[in-house]
Structures are given as C-alpha cells and as structure tokens.
Design a protein around this ligand. Structure first.
Ligand SMILES: [Cu+2]
Length: 460
C-alpha cells in the first residue's frame, strides 16, 4: 500500500522530535517536460504567476460569524468574486475569498475572446489550465494521441498559453498535505509509549499561490497539521508547545478515552494551554479508524484558522484492501472553501491506475456540510466516524459529510480519465470566474507506472 503521495513540502522534520521546520515560500521544482512538438517552445517564467504572493494578510481575512454566513446565502450575481479583494477590503465573504484571487485578473488572459464566449469562459479555462499546468504535455504519453488531441483542443494548447510551462497550481504552494508518507511525523519511544512532539504556530498559508498568504495557525507549522498515525492498542503521548500569543487546547476527536481529563476541553477537562507553555496528553488508542485532532478552545476561530489535522489509528489487522490512501480534510472558514488547506486550482488530485483501489478518508473540520461528488466512478462507503459499516456498507457517487464526521470510502478505478471530484453545494465550487474552492479531480491512468511518473514529476 502506498500511503499517498503528493508533493512534499520543503520543510524538514526533526527525527528526534518530529517537529517540522516551516518551509517558507515554495521550493518545489518540477523539471520541464518534453513539449513533444505540439507547440513551439515558450520561455515563460513561472514567477509571473507568483507576483501576488508577498506578505501575509491578516485584516480582511479574519474569520468571523458574518463572513461564515455569507456563502450560505444566495450568491449575488457578479458580487461573489469578481469584485472582492482578498488582500484588502472589509471582511470578504469566505465564498468571495476563495474565488477572488485565482481568477480575478482578467488581464491575465490575453488574446481575443472566441465567438460566443464571455470573460467567464476565459477565466474558467484559465483555472483548469493552472490546475494541470505543465502536466498537460505528459498526458499524451498517458492517454494516447487521440485522447490527448481532444484534451489539447479543449484547453487550447495550440495557443501555447503560459500555464502550459508552469507547474500545476498545487505544486506551487508550500505545505502540500497528504505527505505523511514522505515525511511522517515519527514518534520517539519511551517505555513503549509513542511520543509525538508538536508545536502550535502562527503561519502564513498559501491557499493558492496567486493569493496573498493568509495569516493562519498550524500544528508543526502546517495546515493541516501532520497526521498522527498509530496502531490500535498503542499508548500515545502527544506533547504540544503553544507558540501562539493566545491560549488553546487540543482535542483528539473520535478517541474513546478512559481518562476524561485527556479530552482536551479547556475549563471542562483542563486549564487552557497558555502562550509559551507545553501540555501533555496521554491515552491509549483503544479503537481504530479515522480520527482527527484539533483545537477545542475558541474553536470557531482557531480551527477555522487551521488548527486541524488527521489522526489515523490502524487496526491490528486491516480488513480492507486498497492500494493508495488519501486524507481529505475540508474546511470552510479562513481562506474560503478548502481541501487540505488549499482551494482549486491548488488542490491536489487523487491519482489511481486502472484496477487500483484508493481509500479516501473524508474529514470535515469546517462548519458546513459538504456533499462530495465523484464523476464517472462509484464510492463504496466502508466506515463512518471510525466505525466499520459491515453489512450496512453502501455505494454512492455523492456523500454528504457533516462537520465533525469522518467517512471512509473505497474507489476502484476502472475508466481512464480526468474525473471531476467536488463538493456539490455549487456556491462552494463555481462562480462567475469559473471553478474555485472545493474542486478536485480523480485522475485515472491506464498503468501504475503512469501514477509513479506523475508523482515523480510532482515531487522532484
Ligand atoms: Cu461544500
């Protein structure tokens, strides 16, 4: 089983403590792909796309109840994203925040608008161009000449557009998640206890490289924080050092504690963790499944700003068979509608070869329900909130995940293609400037070697 993938950030993990150094600005370098002669070469610096990424933004991005309520209201045509400014402005709605920057610059598109199109079409296409970036030329070797010709036509590759020479949007941001396989948070052992050392930090989070980074929070300077992965029956000790200027508390969500003072709720089971202080939680992971850890103090604000992460307790004997595993944490506060701390087109695709089965662990750390819909494929739902469904397993293509819930699904890839995979509350995913926010894809390729090649391309 490959525990997925994905672009490791350039941060480093201290082997002793598991603490991560913040990687700062994007460091990923993807080598240029062979252009295969379907366009003429263009030397275009990807730096042009990074122009907006400078200082962090605090004011105007601060999460508040007014902002959170905005996406639930009927969107006002033309007001949802085109006019919003994530860098300034007063309290943009989260919907506006999620969609404004990536495609809000019509001047970025050049050339005439094709007959029958509007600026919406130009912007919508550009978002997808940014999502795929310079992976597009590689798709010829994956899907073959006929399919590739169609894709190239759909994207207008003959225009030799700038994004064709740039890394995919998801490779341009730091702290790409799902990388615990590459840089796991390794515990130390103390008399059989697995000891995890974590920090709670103020960070600058790039929801999308075209957006100014947002002033966020993160465990070990990551949003989401590093996955804590243990085995059923393990004794776990998690030591958190609070580097914030405010108090906090950490709750392990889904753990069936035997000592309620480990439950992480300030003023119920503990005093809050003060700035500069450390606090130790210790418990036995008695049950297995998909769990989370997050702030349980001023949580609307602190979780909304990024104090959220996955905890996976492996069973002693894994009853399910799967080839790859993805953690999919949604949030809908600071930075808009995000999957693992990023919004489309900076979301990281799910990859699978035909015949492979992927396990996705949906975790909702937000304040709204999100119905995840996969195109062209079927999800077999195997567990809810770390409880296997057994004979109640079912299949669907749209699965609502409420705040606090974890749902585990298996998808067996059967048909090659780039399949949309998105929240189906439409204001969370698409606006007048095209798709944004909670949009991703399931990329099914014919051979496992194709997955390996794409991963290598991404992480190299
Ligand atoms: Cu949604």
């Amino acid at each position: 089983m490959d525990t997925l993938l994905v672009p490791a950030d350039s941060g480093t993990t201290d082997p002793e403590t598991g603490s991560r150094e913040s990687p700062g600005h994007p460091q990923l370098q993807i080598p240029s792909l062979t252009r295969r002669g379907f366009i003429r070469g263009v030397a275009l610096a990807g730096g042009g796309l990074l122009a907006a990424a400078c200082g962090p933004v605090a004011a105007g991005w601060t999460f508040g109840p007014v902002a959170s309520a905005a996406p639930l209201a009927a969107p006002t045509p033309g007001a949802s994203n085109a006019s919003a400014s994530p860098a300034g402005g007063a309290s943009p709605s989260v919907g506006a925040a999620a969609s404004a920057a990536p495609s809000g610059s019509p001047t970025a598109s050049s050339g005439p608008i094709p007959a029958g199109w509007t600026q919406h079409d130009i912007d919508a296409r550009r978002a997808v161009r940014r999502y795929l970036g310079n992976l597009v030329p590689a798709l010829k070797g994956v899907y073959g000449d006929v399919a590739f010709a169609k894709l190239a036509d759909i994207l207008g590759a003959a225009d030799d557009y700038p994004e064709l020479s740039a890394k995919p949007a998801f490779a341009q941001v730091p702290q790409l998640f799902l990388n615990d396989a590459l840089q796991p948070l390794k515990p130390t052992l103390d008399n059989g206890v697995k000891v995890f050392n974590l920090t709670i930090d103020e960070i600058n989070q790039h929801i999308d490289e075209l957006m100014p980074p947002v002033a966020a929070l993160g465990y070990n300077a990551q949003w989401p924080g590093p996955t804590i992965r243990v085995t059923e029956g393990d004794r776990v000790r998690a030591i958190f050092t609070n580097n914030l200027k405010e108090t906090t508390g950490v709750h392990f969500h889904g753990v069936q504690f035997t000592d309620f003072f480990q439950d992480g709720v300030p003023f119920v089971t503990q005093k809050p963790i003060t700035p500069g202080a450390s606090y130790t939680y210790e418990f036995t992971a008695n049950t297995s499944g998909s769990m989370m850890y997050h702030s349980h103090h001023n949580a609307t604000d602190q979780v909304g700003r990024g104090l959220l992460a996955a905890m996976v307790v492996e069973p002693k004997v894994e009853p399910f068979k799967f080839d790859r595993e993805y953690i999919w944490i949604s949030n809908d506060s600071l930075g808009g509608f995000t999957i693992n701390g990023h919004g489309f087109p900076a979301t990281v695709p799910v990859l699978a070869a035909v015949g492979e089965t992927v396990r996705i662990r949906f975790m909702n750390e937000g304040i709204m329900m999100h119905p995840w819909h996969v195109h062209g494929n079927v999800m077999r739902v195997i567990a809810r909130d770390a409880h296997p469904l057994g004979s109640a397993e079912f299949e669907c293509d749209t699965l609502g995940v409420n705040p606090g819930e974890r749902w585990d699904v298996l998808i067996t890839a059967r048909t090659p293609g780039v399949w949309a995979f998105h929240c189906h509350i439409l204001p969370h995913v698409e606006g007048t400037n095209g798709m944004f926010g909670m949009v991703n894809t399931l990329v099914v390729v014919p051979e496992k070697a194709h997955v390996d090649a794409i991963v290598k391309l991404i992480v190299s």
